[in-house]
Write a protein that binds this ligand. Sequence first.
Ligand code: PMT
Length: 332
Amino acid sequence: MSSITVSVPASDNSILDNGQGVIDPDVYFQINQPPANLSEFETKLSAFVDLHKEQGNKVVLITSGGTTVPLENQTVRFIDNFSNGTRGATSAEYFLEAGYAVVFMHRQNSIQPYHRHFTHSHLGFLDYFEAKEDGSVQACPQYADKMRKVLLKYSEAKKSNRLLMLDFVTLSDYLFKLQAGTKILSRLGERAMYYLAAAVSDFFIPSQKMVEHKIQSREGGLTLTLDQVPKFLKPLVSNWASKGLIVSFKLETDTALLVPKARQALTRYGHQVVIGNMLKTRKQTVTLITRESEKVLSLTPEQLESNIEIESKIITELVQIHEYWMSSGHTK
Ligand code: PMT
């Protein structure tokens, strides 16, 4: 049986990197191919942003789900991560309820706002419906009420053109779209919020180092060498989206690291908010950190029992922070 060993040494891109084995974000865009649908992505997003700019609406760009890292140029295999997009999809609904227009930039086939109530439950899609004698299909009576409520909210978001769905798959796809997308949103100035909940790979194989064809198993065990992905928050904060409110996420598995690493990110990148969450408790507690404050948001067992979602608390806080940011250019 073949085994896979993943080793992560410094890059050998000595001409291109910063001396620490990490290439510059600008160089990344020069040496990797943009996705084929980038201009379609830009056209759709531009039209959405211009519409909401004209209407004076606040717009949030939500990134959601995980990026893949292909192992072959003609990709059969790739590295993925655990994120299924619950955080982003749930947050999108609360932002829409709070009056925002939402750009939902998500991993293809990950969890989607509103649909999530039915696509990711213990039931399959068809279990919600029954075929009637008269040839029609209708929602089973026990689910109809919930379906109607969710459907009305979804229809309203679509009718008012306040939900734009855009997808990505690979790391490269994500990074090109993140750069293009944040630059387009920056037309909105302070009225834009960037809510970076996607789980972005920290390691990748540059396309020029990747094999073209499917890796053959007959050659025995496989050792992969991955380069480090440059941190894109730096140019995002300084150049691409400098006026909007930028919220990044920090995921940890060691509690002792959570707040220090979040603070380090705020200092290093100079943005406004980091939301810290632990892998195991991310659905019931998060810590919202700004340069001036630190607030733990948690759900009680009773709230969890009655299906209250932590994102309802996160978005309530962020809406207030954004209001203050728009009026003063600061966070409290
Ligand atoms: O989707 P779910 O299953 O609901 O899970 C939600 C979540 C746990 C994925 C989400 O809440 C979360 O924490 N998302 C961020 C996870 C993460 O990638 O953390 P990080 O420490 O690797 O990155 C921190 C920040 O740096 C991120 O906001 C990311 O946008 C940014 N980053 C990451 C990599 C990279 N090369 N450049 C970056 O700028």
